[in-house]
Design a protein around this ligand. Structure first.
Ligand code: NAD
Length: 316
């Protein structure tokens, strides 16, 4: 099948948390990026985080991870625009990272399909929506698939490639080699299904963890220590959930519950209550949030608890 394999410029649609880091990753790897978002204000704010944020390019220079010259070259490769059409018409590849809403994604894909050259692959960073439903908004469903990056996208090595019903095997193979060879990522290939493989497993652990706490069996700190020390997870489900955002977690669980009607996906009452009360997650990530599980339960985070033990000589 004929499609564009020679990629130099990439359009990244949605310049929020994920789109910003995906743009940075691409620019660091030598690609020209045009990032699109809904307003100049959003683009400007997001660019400021990319350059001056706590994990931004300037900090990377200060820490000696990039030279000033490299940083300047990376930034020179990222352009921003509010015009999806302008970004799409020059793109050899599109990565979409707008909000997790099927209607909005379909509208974006409808416009992309019209504005992009024939043969351009359209990848979506959705965490769990149907690739087939997103692709149905286009006339090129064979060229639409999921590239599910993990946060932070320029650092996390995993990318879950997700096949829709009509995604071409050649496009999956192109994606695998592009992600491995050009972006130095480790892809896995899965078929679509609510939450794919990674989101489904991660969310279910989070759900069960909340139920353990709701039943009064253990506290968030105990649960996280169990998974970190007992199963060698880098972070426990509560600290992870607080970092991702409780509102996003709740939305993701509700979406899978809607799709499956399986009671195991019924959103836990405690999670709904916390979100309703303004506990949206870790305030360092979610400005204005009252906190996450840890703040509500008034506990020290498991990662800090273990750090203190390490300082005392414990091998943890
Ligand atoms: N946050 C995570 O940890 C994570 C991890 C993996 C995948 N994802 C997925 O990545 C996608 C983006 O998530 P995020 O966390 O970056 O969200 P975000 O809210 O930080 O960013 C989304 C951006 O999309 C923009 N947007 C909305 N409608 C648009 C449109 N029509 N055209 C252009 N831009 C538009 C918004 O203004 C916003 O800047 C979602 O599908 C999400 O499920 C998120």
């Amino acid at each position: 099948m004929d499609f564009v394999k020679d990629v130099r410029s990439v359009a990244v649609v949605g310049f929020g948390l994920m789109g910003r880091d995906i743009s940075r990753l691409l620019a660091e790897r030598g690609f020209y990026v045009t990032a699109v978002d809904v307003s100049e204000e959003v683009l400007k704010k997001s660019m400021e985080v990319l350059v001056k944020g706590p994990y931004g390019i300037e900090k990377a220079v200060e820490r000696g991870k990039l030279t000033k010259e490299q940083a300047d070259q990376i930034l020179a490769r990222i352009r921003t625009t509010t015009s999806l059409e302008e970004a799409a018409k020059e793109a050899d590849l599109v990565i979409e990272a707008v909000v997790e809403d099927l209607g909005i994604k379909q509208e974006v894909f409808r416009k992309l399909d019209k504005a992009c050259r024939p043969g351009v692959v359209l990848a979506t960073n959705t965490s769990g929506l149907s690739i087939t439903a997103i692709a149905s908004a286009t006339q090129r469903p064979q060229l639409v698939l999921g590239w599910h990056f993990f946060n932070p996208a320029h650092i996390q090595p995993l990318v879950e490639i997700v096949k829709g019903l009509e995604t071409s095997d050649e496009v999956v193979e192109f994606s695998r080699s592009f992600l491995m060879e050009k972006l130095r990522k480790v892809p896995i290939v899965v078929k679509e299904g609510p939450g794919f493989a990674s989101t489904r497993l991660g969310l279910l652990l989070g759900l069960e963890a909340i139920r353990v706490v709701e039943e009064g069996i253990a506290t968030p700190l105990d649960v996280d220590l169990a998974m970190m020390l007992g199963y060698r997870h880098a972070l426990g489900p509560f600290e992870t959930g607080d970092l991702v955002g409780l509102d996003l977690r709740l939305k993701a669980i509700e979406q899978i519950y809607e799709q499956t009607k399986d009671p195991k996906w019924a959103p836990p009452r405690l999670l709904k209550q916390l979100v309703a009360a303004g506990y949206m997650g870790d305030p360092r990530i979610k400005p204005g949030s009252k906190g996450g599980f840890y703040e509500y339960f008034g506990q020290k985070k498991a990662s800090e608890f273990l750090k203190e033990l390490r300082e005392k000589g414990y091998k943890v």
